[in-house]
Design a protein around this ligand. Structure first.
Ligand code: SF4
Length: 236
């Protein structure tokens, strides 16, 4: 049995994550993903909001054909769905689209319309957290595009850490990158980005909960603007 097919216990995965977090803190994003590819093989995936395809691009260099998991909440901007389709068409990745148990119409019928305005935590739980939990079941490790400079809640993001809630290794290969680093990588490699990023949006989520940012605002100020909510529950 090769390393990538190996079954590991939760305790083994946790120890692996903690050790890698220490040892890979100074590694490059590509080196971190090469480690993930070598350690987990097909039991590793990237999640992408389709704000840009930077982590998917990096991961495809480390593991051609890597699974890229996208959560289609039913509330995305058309530009986000278009970015997903373009990524699927031109990159060496396997895009997997996860959908919630209920369509938006079914959710409206059960909970009433515009749940996102009345109870965004419940809406995110139903349309993001639960489907991701289901979709990640077959994987030992998942990678995200979280960056320490995005918000206070992300300031201590480890490059490799332990996702206690899901019992998986969580990899944030660009945790140490700045927005400038992202832009440089996009330009150098011609990476696909969501067109909304050039239309005043700094962070792209579901349409009802995302607005353009104003001059001087932080990158995530346009997400759930006017509310205390800053995260959807995927990273808490
Ligand atoms: S971001 Fe808004 S619309 Fe999307 S799942 Fe969360 S509350 Fe619902």
């Amino acid at each position: 049995m090769t390393a990538v097919q190996e079954e590991r216990t939760t305790a083994e995965l946790k120890a692996l994550a903690e050790r890698a977090g220490r040892e890979l803190e100074d590694a490059t994003a590509l080196e971190i993903l090469q480690w993930a590819a070598g350690t987990f093989g097909g039991r590793f995936c990237v999640t992408s909001s389709m704000e840009d395809a930077v982590v998917a691009h990096l991961a495809s260099r480390a593991l051609p054909g890597v699974d890229v998991v996208f959560l289609d909440t039913g509330y995305h901007f058309p530009e986000t769905i278009g970015t997903r389709d373009a990524v699927e068409a031109v990159m060496d990745v396997n895009v997997i689209t996860l959908t919630p148990r209920q369509t938006v119409a079914e959710q409206d019928a059960e909970y009433g319309p515009r749940l996102h305005d009345r109870d965004p935590d419940l809406c995110c739980a139903l349309r993001k957290v639960k489907p991701l939990e289901e979709g990640l079941k077959g994987y030992q490790a998942w990678a995200t595009g979280l960056r320490r400079d995005e918000s206070e809640t992300r300031a201590n993001t480890p490059v490799v850490g332990w996702d206690e809630k899901r019992g998986k290794v969580k990899i944030s290969p660009i945790a140490k990158w700045s927005q400038e680093d992202v832009q440089t990588y996009v330009t150098e490699h011609g990476v696909l980005t969501n067109p909304l990023l050039t239309d005043g949006y700094a962070s792209v989520g579901c349409a009802p909960c995302t607005r353009r940012v104003l001059e001087g605002e932080g990158a995530r100020a346009g997400r759930w603007a006017g509310r205390s909510k800053t995260e959807c529950g995927l990273h808490g």
